[in-house]
Design a protein around this ligand. Structure first.
Ligand SMILES: [Zn+2]
Length: 81
């Protein structure tokens, strides 16, 4: 089982979404990608951003640090239906 800090060692200075070099970054709410704040801004404008944040918080409360992000979780829900 990986801990949240495992994500950070993957950071190499490049946004994993738009591949731009950036000094500051954060985790995507929709995937496990590490993204720049431009990409994060775009993410936050998605209508389902709030749902993604809630789902992420629930996963952390469950201790589910392998939570794949909202897009993957949604996809897996759709797969089982
Ligand atoms: Zn980016």
């Amino acid at each position: 089982m990986s801990s949240p800090s495992d994500f950070y060692k993957d950071w190499d200075g490049i946004c994993q979404e738009c591949l731009t070099e950036t000094a500051s970054w954060t985790m995507s709410m929709f995937s496990t990608k590490l993204v720049c704040w431009d990409c994060k801004d775009k993410e936050m404008q998605r209508p389902d951003y709030r749902l993604a944040v809630d789902a992420d918080e629930l996963a952390i409360k469950r201790g589910d640090y392998n939570y794949p992000g909202w897009d993957q979780r949604k996809a897996s829900i759709e797969d089982t239906n």
